[in-house]
Design a protein around this ligand. Structure first.
Ligand code: NDP
Length: 445
């Protein structure tokens, strides 16, 4: 390994010794940069690697709120502004009991390169809380969101930091957060949060964007092998926002989704998952996917099992980080899966990815394939700033173009550096080059 690279990696590792997810994300990006470092000595001269792996700012705060029984609850809130080289910090907020600084930092770091790939002038950030929305009443969710925003609002702004949703944060939560922001600041500043309801300045297609975008990316990728999703059997992990709209687009394009999941287990429906039933269970009733077989004869629920055990041509991990491990990857390979497209952030472990490369599967990393969500968030910012409201068709077309451009960029860099079909390499290099160029242009700040 290049000496500067290994030194920079060591420094980052020592400084963040307990943050394994963050280090996993940094290592993957840094290892891709070896050929660039050799031909661009300024990266070392300007300490770009050390600087890019240190967040510009990290905010942690107490969130106190009152539950339905009148008891005071305390959670911890986070917002990491990792890089504002290309624009205001942009990235979602996650409400999940597993959230800790490590999780938010890995997500914010990934977001830098993802946002760079969209070409839309947005920096990288992420936030959230260890608050668990599961089983909470609507009133509790509202009071938590209000308490969370009561601290966070100091740090937000259309040209400073613009949060959105992620796991556990959808249009309902964004509505409560925006309401509290408006109450505290006395400003109807639409552009300060994205993922809003359409009537409150939200963009059409934002809800669908991450899932649809992953499928658009998959279509571009399959086309390089003269393939398409038509007639393909697919599995999609998760049954949240990304998973549902990923599955919908697959089915629209003629594929069949035979398995989906939640954190309790997987459903298998050989006739093709009925997405109206999944959406009713998960989006409307906020219930468990184990309910699905009661409403759909011929399907089954497998407690504790992942979707990767079911035979498929194309797999879409759309749930959470490190959900697809080496043994899962082996199962996909044994079942002749041809492509894996990440709708979630970092869902495949490094060993799983290495196996996909070794076996010549097409593999799309999340920072490229799931960039559609943040891209449409940036389009929402554009609409808010210009007081416009674009049609579904217009936003969807922009999304398709953006995903095709990201695909082209990945292919360009993987070919340029003689790593054909290495989308991890192409995405990391393509995302990095713009940010590094900006850091150099600004001087040492
Ligand atoms: P949601 O909260 O809407 O859904 C998450 C889904 O994943 C739920 O169905 C959840 O099940 C399931 N899940 C969580 N852990 C596991 C597990 N270990 N095994 C199986 N299923 C699990 O989140 P999103 O759909 O918004 O986000 C999913 C992923 O996509 C995350 O990695 C997120 O960072 C990423 N992403 C999201 C974007 C967006 O626009 N929303 C943009 C880009 C990336 P349960 O209900 O049991 O908790």
């Amino acid at each position: 390994m290049n000496e500067y690279l290994s030194q920079a990696l060591q420094t980052v590792t020592e400084r963040n010794a307990s943050q394994s997810l963050f280090l996993q994300a940094v290592t993957e990006v840094f290892e891709s940069l070896e050929p660039i470092l050799a031909e661009t000595p300024d990266i070392e001269a300007y300490s770009i690697l050390e600087r890019i792996a240190e967040p510009e700012r990290q905010i942690m705060f107490r969130v106190s709120w009152v539950d339905d029984r009148g008891r005071v609850q305390v959670n911890r809130g986070y917002r990491v502004g990792f890089s504002s080289v290309l624009g205001p910090y942009k990235g979602g907020m996650r409400f999940h009991p597993t959230v800790r600084l490590d999780v938010i930092k890995f997500l914010a770091f990934e977001q830098i390169f993802k946002n760079s790939l969209t070409g839309l002038g947005i920096g990288g950030g992420k936030g959230g809380s260890d608050f668990n929305p599961r089983g909470k009443s609507d009133g509790e969710i509202m009071r938590f969101c209000q308490a969370f925003m009561s601290e966070l609002y100091h740090f937000l702004g259309e040209s400073t930091d613009v949060p959105a949703g992620d796991i556990g944060v959808g249009a309902r939560e964004i509505g409560y957060l925006f309401g509290q922001y408006k109450r505290l600041t006395k400003r109807f500043a639409q552009g300060v949060l994205t993922g809003k309801q359409v009537g409150l300045g939200g963009s059409l297609v934002r809800k669908e964007a991450t899932g649809f975008g992953a499928v658009y990316f998959a279509s571009e990728m399959l086309a390089t092998r003269n393939e398409s999703l038509k007639g393909k059997t697919c599995v999609v992990s998760g049954s949240g926002n990304v998973a549902i709209y990923c599955a919908r687009k697959i089915q629209e394009l003629g594929g069949t989704v035979v398995a989906m999941s939640d954190s309790e287990g997987s459903i298998h429906d050989p006739n093709g998952v009925d997405l109206d039933i999944v959406a009713a269970i998960k989006e409307v009733e906020r219930s468990r996917i184990s309910q699905y077989p009661q409403r759909r004869p011929g399907s089954q629920f497998f407690h504790g099992d992942k979707v990767w055990k079911f035979r498929c041509d194309v797999a879409f991990p759309c749930a959470t980080q490190n959900e697809l491990e080496l043994e899962d990857a082996q199962q996909l390979v044994d079942n002749d899966c041809m492509a894996v497209i990440e709708g979630a952030n970092m869902p495949s472990t490094p060993k799983a990815i290495a196996l996909f490369r070794e076996k010549d599967l097409l593999f799309a990393p999340g920072k490229a394939a799931n960039a559609g969500g943040v891209a449409v968030s940036a389009l929402e910012m554009q609409q808010n700033a210009s007081l416009q409201h674009w049609t579904f068709k217009k936003v969807d077309q922009r999304l398709q173009t953006i995903m095709a451009d990201i695909h082209r960029e990945c292919v360009f860099y993987s070919k340029k550096y003689h790593r054909p079909d290495d989308y991890v390499f192409g995405a990391n290099v393509g995302g990095f080059i713009k940010v590094a160029g900006g850091m150099q242009a600004y001087g040492v700040i």
